[in-house]
Ligand binder design. Structure first.
Ligand code: ZN
Length: 153
């Protein structure tokens, strides 16, 4: 029987080989943000569409462009799956949960964050053991946070 680490490796490789929600959105109306991890050469361009305002705001679409290592690209792919169709407040909660899982200071979980499902993202929890790869894993999340902040809903 394959161990958990093998399963996680399979999930990461699957998202790397077959990235979800790859492409572009017309900008505007989409918000476009870019992230670069010079340590590894990873690049991510993120396109975000938000529907509604305030508490009713929903992440209606996200597309990812760019290139880089398996960790950076698979993390962004899993992220799109986790946030599309979800309330903006839940997308922010996922960002906090993911950064907390990566051991990044200043991203203390808030009440209710633990209820947000991580799904395939759990596969990346082993990255925390490799500090140089943490920047790869959070790159897409930083571009998402910047786009959500700019949406300002
Ligand atoms: Zn990388």
């Amino acid at each position: 029987m394959p161990g958990l680490e093998d399963l996680y490796r399979e999930i990461i490789l699957d998202h790397y080989r077959t990235p979800r929600n790859r492409g572009e959105l017309e900008s505007p109306p989409a918000i476009e943000t870019r992230g670069h991890n010079p340590l590894c050469g990873d690049e991510i361009t993120l396109y975000l569409l938000v529907d509604g305002e305030g508490d009713d705001a929903i992440v209606s679409d996200v597309k990812i462009g760019g290139q880089g290592c398996s960790i950076s690209q698979s993390s962004a792919s899993m992220m799109t799956q986790a946030v599309i169709g979800k309330p903006v407040s839940q997308a922010y909660a996922l960002i906090r949960r993911f950064k907390t899982m990566m051991g990044i200071e200043g991203y203390d979980e808030q009440p209710g964050d633990a209820d947000v499902a991580m799904g395939d993202l759990e596969a990346l929890q082993g990255v925390v053991k490799f500090p140089v790869r943490i920047k790869c894993a959070v790159l897409g999340w930083n571009t998402l946070a910047e786009a959500l902040d700019r949406a300002g809903v």
